[in-house]
Design a protein around this ligand. Structure first.
Ligand code: DC
Length: 224
């Protein structure tokens, strides 16, 4: 069996999708594309411009007109890729807590999803790609050759997010992080347009029961 040309990895926040995707892309020599950064870039742009996040028309207009670029990392500072909005490097801005708190409502807007998904699809169809998100196997690239749905309990995912923040030198309260992850889960999985769910032909893995190495080994075996 040939190595799958298009690999989709979906799942909830902090389930380990990016860690898996980056390692797999390194191992196969494929492009790693984390689609969440595009929703984060639009959210940051909206906050920066002082738009009301509830103003769907203004936020959608921004998603349709802003130039979002996702490129291989230009700096060795822990980033998986460079994220540019209208030519400005906003890679670390997209990880800010105010972006985190507002990105789910932004990604629920149909016009925002349409604008970003069509760009993602165009890049994905070039092949030799690992695309990570919430709706890659179901909507963006339903023809993907391999679909992985990576899940984990909300407590375990909140614990990982919490430790990530501390490791980056930030401050956090576990209960607050847990509440934030729960809220995003709810918005992401109940929104009307492309809600988070596993594709029917996805391989479902539970990262509560498997560590990052075990997840990688399993998926690599599926690829080769
Ligand atoms: O994976 P992440 O935490 O960077 O994603 C940020 C937000 O973007 C998340 O709330 C869900 C949304 N998202 C989405 O709706 N569809 C995608 N393909 C990727 C992310």
């Amino acid at each position: 069996m040939p190595i799958p040309n298009i690999i989709a990895i979906d799942g909830p926040a902090a389930s380990g999708k990016s860690t898996l995707g980056r390692r797999l892309a390194d191992s196969l020599g494929y492009l790693f594309f984390d689609t969440g950064v595009m929703y984060r870039a639009v959210t940051w742009g909206a906050l920066q411009r002082g738009l009301e996040i509830i103003d769907e028309a203004a936020v959608t207009n921004l998603a349709e007109t802003a130039q979002i670029d996702v490129r291989p990392p230009s700096k060795d500072d822990g980033r998986a890729c460079d994220v540019l909005l209208d030519g400005v490097d906003i890679t670390w801005e997209t990880r800010r807590l105010d972006v985190e708190a507002n990105v789910s409502p932004v990604s629920a807007y149909q016009g925002v999803r349409q604008a970003l998904a069509s760009q993602q699809r165009r890049i994905g169809l070039r092949g030799r790609v690992i695309m990570v998100g919430r709706d890659i196997g179901t909507v963006v690239l339903p023809e993907a050759d391999l679909k992985i749905y990576l899940d984990a309990s909300v407590e375990e995912r909140a614990r990982r997010r919490y430790e990530e923040i501390l490791q980056r030198g930030g401050q956090a309260d576990y209960e607050q992080v847990l509440a934030g992850v729960r809220k995003r889960d709810e918005i992401d999985s109940t929104r009307a347009f492309s809600p988070l769910r596993a594709a029917e032909d996805a391989v479902i893995l539970d990262s509560d029961k498997l560590n990052a190495n075990e997840v990688f080994t399993k998926v690599e075996a599926l690829c080769r």
